[in-house]
Design a protein around this ligand. Structure first.
Ligand code: ZN
Length: 216
């Protein structure tokens, strides 16, 4: 597992911004939340890696970036249903985490271990559950090469040649990346970064699929 330098800078930034707003306790809580969140992102990547291993594909490394994790597979599964299962496995992990957190939260309210949902612990767990739900929804947007886009490519590849399926998924991914990019300017600069990664990633994967097809 590798942790990208920008991720550590991101943690430092969270610490500083929370410190200014709420002192040391606020800073600790902010950093703990980000660590828990990225723990969930890491488990998501392990989900992909675990499913890939089932098809004999190894994962040499997983990198954590401020915008999420990347599991580098030794090869991209070219059988559509293999890619479908590998792509679904990641978001499925976040569904399980969110369901578990919500269950724990409700169980502890029922057991009176926490008296109200306003307690810091309940707020922490509740926010973490919410963020996991958002991770699922975000990852399922069909913006190839994001998980939703991989699912789309796999479904298309079941009815047409792999290269054509990849090209269509890449076009949709790039169109969505442009929408994200424009939206990001008004909403969140992080979205502009993500848009850039999606746009470049879609281009690269489409070229790779064409290259492999030409050599066949
Ligand atoms: Zn994923």
């Amino acid at each position: 597992m590798r942790i990208h330098l920008t991720f550590l800078l991101f943690l430092a930034w969270i610490w500083l911004s929370r410190y200014r707003a709420g002192g040391t306790p606020g800073a600790i809580q902010g950093v703990l939340f980000i660590l828990a969140l990225f723990g969930c992102v890491l488990l998501h990547e392990f989900g992909h890696a675990f499913a890939a291993r089932g098809f004999g594909i190894t994962t040499p490394d997983i990198t954590l970036l401020p915008i999420g994790g990347v599991a580098r597979l030794s090869r991209i599964p070219d059988k559509p249903w293999e890619e479908l299962l590998v792509a679904i496995a990641g978001p499925l992990v976040n569904v399980v985490i969110a369901a578990t957190l919500i269950f724990v939260l409700h169980a502890s309210v029922a057991l009176d271990q926490i008296t109200d949902l306003e307690s810091p612990r309940a707020e922490f767990l509740g926010t973490l559950a919410y963020v996991n739900v958002m991770l699922v929804l975000f990852n399922l947007i069909p913006a190839f090469p994001m998980d939703g886009g991989r699912i789309l490519r796999a479904l298309l590849a079941m009815t047409m040649p792999y290269v054509r399926a990849t090209q269509i998924a890449a076009w949709i991914g790039q169109a969505l990346a442009i929408v994200f990019g424009i939206l990001g300017f008004f909403v969140n600069p992080l979205l502009v970064f993500i848009a850039f990664f999606i746009f470049a990633g879609a281009q690269q994967e489409a070229a790779m699929a064409r290259f492999r097809d030409a050599r066949r």
